[in-house]
Design a binder for this molecule. Structure first.
Ligand code: NAD
Length: 481
């Protein structure tokens, strides 16, 4: 194993590593329950100092030629790829996911720097003659200013780079507040950005806990002009309210409740493979995870039998063990929450298939579980499971399938399997979501607009849309000549 970078445990402000003023915060390895590192806790004043430095760095960074900014982003991508094994191991240690998932995450996370290095030099404006003919309408895109980025623990690298890369490409400076379950990866990213040549103050990483008061103080600071949040819908609502006072531009990537629809004409082998990816990537802890498995009646028994076999073949264990295919949950709290949710579903009469594993008191493991014959009103169909649990319900007609799929406040992603392309496109259009996997169990791609509708969020990350979240249009009217 290569050396992991646990040395970086202080916050990063103005290009310097800053020790907190309070007792340090323990980061726990979910595979062992042991403390992995102790991270500085940023005081509220230190978070505001990060806003100071981001604000001071903004004029120069926003005026830096796009090509220069682009090359720093490109260099960051190259360093991440060169150091990907070390980063992947760090992600496994603090998050628990298996090494293969962590490697995929690093590749995905790095790709945002490459993609936005390319977007940085392609920000376009527009020039038109006004319809009445009297003046020119000139439109520019300007960086919005200091941006506050708040990220969750489930993809400690990718959720940060999906925000940092477009913000820097646009010319913004940022303060990142990572989840305190997984702050080490964010601190390692700050170090990589510094080595890639990023000037001090452009990216700052603060580590306050509890998060609420520090984030609220930064939102009250009128120098912060944008908020980009990824996390639960519950916290997203609170932050939207906090952002209202200074009327911040907000991007919100919130919770999902993805339906995974299998129609009776589907290629079942492909559907089962797609299910394993959509459900089990990251041990089920993904906002895009298939949460409700909806199978048309005629193939339901066959499909359930196949997924039970595939789930039973998984191996639960520490993420760094090459034989492991499902790692632990991130925390004891998450393990208990999922266990209670499953318990209630079983009380409601669901048939349960659980993968065998050696339970120990160390580590926060939970076995892959299929719940068949789940009652339509069960809580497990309404809540985001965020774990290796697959509730299955069957439906009769295409109409029923669409109705059940849309019967949720969330609207991030849906998956559907059918060999009939016309049906696939018609159903995709009617699903109330921001993204659809049509005969595919994975939608995430830095070149595609990622985001949800309904309570799953506002705005899009990745693609060309991602940089627009950090830009504002300015229009100049001048006489036509
Ligand atoms: P969370 O909402 O609890 O925390 C997210 C971040 O917000 C963390 O940094 C946390 O410290 C901070 N936070 C928590 N309470 C806060 C408060 N009162 N004020 C300010 N900040 C606060 O989410 P989580 O448990 O870390 O992550 C899981 C959630 O994230 C799931 O709901 C998942 O669907 C969602 N998620 C969404 C996407 C997406 O792109 N739509 C991607 C990944 C995760």
């Amino acid at each position: 194993m290569t050396m992991t970078n646990i040395a970086l445990t202080d916050s990063y402000v103005g290009g310097r590593w800053v020790v907190g003023e309070q007792e340090r915060h323990p980061v726990v390895n979910p595979a062992t329950g042991q403390v992995l590192a102790e991270v500085s806790v940023s005081a509220i004043g230190q978070c505001i100092a990060a806003v100071d430095t981001a604000y001071e760095a903004f004029p120069r960074w926003s005026e830096t030629p796009p090509r220069v900014r682009s090359e720093i982003l490109r260099h960051t991508y190259e360093l991440m790829i060169a150091e990907s094994e070390k980063l992947a191991e760090l992600i496994v240690l603090e998050n628990g996911k298996i090494l293969d998932d962590a490697r995929s995450e690093v590749a995905y996370a790095a790709e945002f720097f490459r993609w936005f290095a390319e977007e940085a030099v392609r920000v376009r404006g527009d020039m038109r003659r006004s319809p009445a003919g009297h003046n020119w309408i000139m439109v520019f895109h300007e960086p919005i200013g200091v941006s506050l980025l708040v990220t969750p623990w489930n993809f400690p690298a990718a959720m940060a780079t999906r925000k940092i890369a477009p913000a820097l490409a646009a010319g913004c400076t940022v303060v990142l507040k990572p989840a305190m379950e997984t702050p080490l990866t964010a601190l390692a990213l700050a170090d990589i950005l510094e080595r890639a040549g990023l000037p001090p103050g452009v990216v700052n990483v603060v580590t306050p806990t509890p998060a609420g008061p520090a984030v609220a103080a930064m939102l009250r600071d009128s120098r912060v002009r944008a908020l980009s949040f990824t996390g639960s819908t519950e916290v997203g609502r609170l932050l939207l309210a906090g952002a209202a006072n200074n009327v911040l531009k907000c991007s919100m990537e919130l919770g999902g409740n993805a339906p995974f629809l299998v129609f009776d004409d589907a290629d079942l082998d492909a559907a089962v493979d797609g299910f394993m990816l959509a459900k089990m990537r990251n041990g089920g802890a993904a906002c895009t995870a298939a949460n409700r498995i909806l199978v048309q009646r005629g193939i339901a028994d066959d499909f359930i039998e196949r997924i039970v076999d595939r789930m039973a073949a998984l191996r639960v264990g520490p993420g760094l063990d090459p034989a492991t295919t499902v790692g632990p949950m991130v925390s004891r709290g998450e393990q208990r929450r999922v266990s209670e949710l499953v318990g209630k579903t079983i009380e409601g009469g669901a048939e349960t298939y659980r993968t065998a594993f050696d339970d120990t008191d160390e580590g926060f493991f939970y076995p892959p579980t299929v719940l068949a014959g789940v009652d339509a009103g069960a809580g497990v169909l309404k809540e985001e499971i965020f774990g290796p649990v697959a509730p299955v319900i069957s439906f009769e007609t295409v109409e029923d399938g669409v109705r059940i799929a849309n019967d949720t406040d969330a609207g991030l992603v849906a998956y559907l399997y059918t060999k009939d392309l016309e049906r696939g496109l018609a159903v995709s259009r009617r699903l109330q979501v921001g993204m659809v996997g049509l005969n595919r169990g994975l939608v995430s791609d830095p070149a595609a607009p990622f985001g949800g509708v309904k309570v799953s969020g506002l705005g899009r990350e990745g693609a060309n849309e991602g940089i627009l979240e950090f830009l504002e249009a300015k229009y100049i009217a001048t006489p036509f000549s």
